[in-house]
Each structure stands twice: as C-alpha cells, then as structure tokens.
Design a protein around this ligand. Structure first.
Ligand code: GAR
Length: 193
C-alpha cells in the first residue's frame, strides 16, 4: 500500500525564512511531507519570492478586501480542503486565527514564536525580551488557539545571550527556529505528540 504524503500549508506575512526552512526540509526528505500551498496576507512580501523559487503554489490576499475575517477564512478553508491539506504551519503569520479556520482544522494548526512562551507574546517578542533585561532567550512551537500566541506548547529551544547586538541575537534565534520547526512538524506528522 502506498502511504499518502502529508500535505502542509504554510501561512506567512513577511520574510519567510521559516517557510524556506520547512520547504527545504520537505525537499531534502528531512520532513516526510510536502508544502502544497503558501498563504500570504501581505502582497509584495519576500516570502512570495521564496515560494516561487521552491515552486510552491501561493495565494496572496489583502484582508482589507474582505468584509470580515470569517469571509476570508471561509475562502481559505475552501482552498485548503480542495488541496487536501493536513496541517497548517504559521510561520510569521501576523494575524489572529479566527473560529472558521480553527473549527475546520482543529488541533491541526501550529505556530512558531520567538520567545519562551507564555512570556513575550506579540509582534516584537525579541525586542520586548531585550528591553526587559532577559538573559535566556528562546523559541516556542505550539498548537494555535483563538488567542495571540496561545495554545498548548509542542517544543521549546533556548539560548543564553548576554551581548547587546539585537541583529546577532535575532539571527541566533532564527537558527533555533528553523531547526525547532522541522523537529516539531516531524513530531506532528508522525503523531508523536
Ligand atoms: C519569526 O521569528 C517567527 O517566530 C515570528 O515572526 C518571525 C517570522 O520570520 N512570529 C511571531 O512573532 C508570531 N507572533 P520569517 O518570516 O523569517 O519566518
């Protein structure tokens, strides 16, 4: 019997380095899955160039063109179901997921966040942690619920950083993210969680 490969959709709003880490791992066989759709809510975002390079179909939309979150999420659910998507990986998707998407993909939406949750939720986690004087920084992967960066934790990674170069710190955190997301997706698709 031929086993069907797991089908992933990645949602991103920005640069897309996490999308690329996932797409590369799928291509190289480090994740036994394929990225079948990239969803982006920011026309012109750099992640779209990356998706093109990897040959991933992308869907770009502007939330302002829809009358509500429910309206664009209904369209997204339709697209995801049509492509038989098993899991949604949020990778810098800077938007709260609403009940329509959550209801259709229960326990099948995961996110990565650049802090040791539940500390420093939100869009500026690294800067917020630096401002607070944090010395142990980290990354969290978690299931997504209806709250900002909320939901049951899957994995965490941490580093001690006592320097004051935010760019260097951000790069170190991104490296951890790229490895951690691959590990967590593997857990998910192999039902080891
Ligand atoms: C990543 O650091 C991710 O953890 C963060 O956005 C960045 C996207 O980078 N997500 C959040 O802050 C979610 N609240 P990327 O576009 O290079 O993957």
């Amino acid at each position: 019997m031929v086993m069907k490969k797991c089908r992933l959709a990645v949602f991103a709003s920005g640069s897309g380095s996490n999308y690329e880490a996932i797409a590369e791992a799928c291509r190289d066989g480090r994740i036994d899955a394929e990225v079948v759709l990239l969803v982006c809510d920011k026309p012109g975002a750099k992640v779209l160039e990356r998706a093109q390079r990897f040959g991933t179909e992308s869907f770009v939309f502007n939330p302002k063109d829809y009358e509500s979150k429910a309206a664009y999420e209904t369209l997204l659910v339709h697209m995801l179901e049509e492509r038989k998507v098993d899991y949604i990986c949020l990778a810098g998707y800077m938007r709260i997921v609403g009940p329509v998407l959550l209801g259709s993909f229960e326990q099948r939406i995961v996110n990565i966040h650049p802090s040791l949750l539940p500390s420093f939720k939100g869009a500026h986690a690294i800067q917020d942690a630096v401002d607070y004087g944090v010395k142990i920084f980290g990354v969290t992967t978690h299931f997504v619920d209806e709250t900002l960066d909320g939901g049951r934790i899957i994995d965490q990674g941490a580093i001690v950083y006592e320097g004051n170069d935010i760019e260097e710190l951000t790069n170190l955190i991104h490296k951890i993210e790229h490895n951690l997301y691959v590990k967590s997706i593997n857990k998910l698709i192999n039902k080891k969680f």
